[in-house]
Design a protein around this ligand. Structure first.
Ligand SMILES: [Zn+2]
Length: 71
């Protein structure tokens, strides 16, 4: 059916105009801010006692790291 094609084209043009002549862009997924990837060897300072512990052993509470003894 050619009529269908015309209708689809019309709708397409309508949407195209509706978007201000711009092609509708798919909003990109917000990529995570590039932060240092914490690996097992990274040392973090305990917020309470100041001891450096590996990130594996540290506990993250409210954005601060604590060693096992201070948790
Ligand atoms: Zn501590």
């Amino acid at each position: 059916m050619i009529l269908k094609l015309i209708v689809f084209a019309a709708i397409g043009i309508f949407i195209y105009k509706l978007m201000g002549g711009k092609l509708p862009s798919i909003p990109k997924k917000r990529s995570k801010p590039k932060t240092q990837q914490p690996d097992g060897d990274t040392l973090v300072e305990c917020s309470k006692c100041g001891t450096y512990v590996s990130i594996k052993e540290a506990t993250l509470i409210n954005g601060k790291y604590y060693c096992e003894e201070c948790v």
